[in-house]
Design a protein around this ligand. Structure first.
Ligand code: MN
Ligand code: MN
Length: 301
């Protein structure tokens, strides 16, 4: 494939989603301060996405300190930001074409932890081009993070995005490994290095506030309320992840657990490092070109 691949109209939608995301991220970041409400920041960002002509590709993620991913405020959540390491991860789509980006706001004064993730992302962007192996990108990320004296999170990866698909191949590791996978012109990737003061490995917490329809499992749900909720989810979110607080039903959490036991939906528990550890993240979405890449969310950093 050549750069002519990039004439496909889908790439204009990817760029539009990226522009919306950049604007929203900058506005939302300014609202992150000690004492501000997490829920207000998340809802502000989600409303702005729609005002600007986009849709949420997934709930706004707000991860603090040892949390790395899949954290979003619950319904009526009154949690305020403290002196914390705050990762904002936002997804926008336009007609299903997705932009996914993250930035970290340091309310702790930890030297260079944010820089470690941002420099790793820059190094990845500089490395990416058609024909480059994903493991070379991971090597650039790992070297940059370790160069700042921190550890990359090794069991989280970047990923491809596709229409109405927020996580698809190819996987982009945050470490130098031989994947055997070569990037191609037109691949759209979300590249997301994490830097941590911890061991570089996240595990699952207990609480899930983000769910999505599961690929497996039939759709024969006998409980009437659960079946109604499932129909609403299919109509409103399709295959994209959604927040429990987006569901207009006080029993949503209980019904989702019922649907999860039947294999119809899947919860995404918070992914986190050990207690007392800090995590930073930087993420862009980009389009692979013949001799480099085009970042669709470049307005953020
Ligand atoms: Mn993301
Ligand atoms: Mn991502």
């Amino acid at each position: 494939m050549t750069d002519e691949t990039l004439d496909d109209p889908r790439y204009e939608k990817y760029r539009e989603a990226g522009d919306i995301l950049s604007t929203v991220m900058n506005e939302a970041s300014e609202r992150v301060e000690v004492g501000a409400s997490q829920l207000e920041v998340a809802e502000f960002a989600e409303e702005r996405i729609r005002e600007l002509g986009g849709e949420c590709a997934f709930p706004v993620n707000i991860s603090v300190d040892e949390e790395a991913s899949h954290a979003t405020p619950a319904r009526d959540d009154d949690t305020e930001f403290g002196e914390e390491m705050v990762c904002l991860d936002v997804g926008v789509h336009v007609d299903g074409w997705i932009a996914d980006a993250a930035t970290t706001i340091d309310l702790t004064d930890t030297p260079d932890l944010v820089a470690a993730a941002e420099e790793a992302l820059d190094a990845a962007v500089d490395t990416i081009a058609a024909g480059v192996h994903t493991g070379e990108v991971g090597r650039a990320i790992e070297d940059a993070v370790r160069g700042r004296g921190y550890t990359p999170i090794l069991n989280l990866s970047g990923h491809g995005v596709d229409q109405y698909d927020a996580h698809t191949g190819p996987s982009v590791p945050n470490r130098g490994v031989d994947t055997g996978i070569e990037l191609e012109v037109g691949d759209v990737l979300a590249v997301e290095p994490f830097a941590t003061t911890g061991q570089g490995k996240v595990g699952e917490g207990n609480d899930a506030q983000i769910y999505e329809l599961s690929g497996s499992g039939g759709r024969s749900v006998r409980n009437r309320q659960a079946r109604q909720l499932l129909e609403d989810i299919e109509a409103d979110f399709g295959q994209l992840p959604f927040a429990v607080r987006w569901l207009d039903d006080d029993r949503a959490e209980m019904l989702l657990r019922r649907l999860e036991r039947q294999g119809v939906v899947e919860g995404h528990p918070v992914l986190k490092e050990d207690d007392g550890v800090l995590v930073s993240q930087a993420e862009h979405t980009l389009i692979v070109t013949e001799d480099g890449c085009e970042v669709t969310t470049e307005g953020i950093f």
